[in-house]
Design a protein around this ligand. Structure first.
Ligand SMILES: [Cu+2]
Length: 65
């Protein structure tokens, strides 16, 4: 399943790393692509959209919408 989310709280490569690790923490095989300029996170993997949102907010980031 492919999920695309906006995470406007990401401001630097450290944030990208934090968010990527959070998602890999719930699915180590997930393919995570982050575009910092558009604040977009694309995930190809098994977790549901809700669990991805939860993982992102658990590391202090905010998912839009
Ligand atoms: Cu940062």
């Amino acid at each position: 399943m492919s999920v695309e989310l906006k995470v406007p709280s990401m401001v630097c490569d450290g944030c990208v790393d934090t968010v990527t690790k959070a998602i890999k923490g719930i699915d180590s095989n997930a393919k995570v692509e982050v575009d910092l300029s558009t604040k977009t996170v694309k995930v190809d993997g098994n977790p549901s959209e809700d669990s991805i949102k939860e993982a992102i907010s658990s590391v202090g980031h905010t998912v839009e919408g």
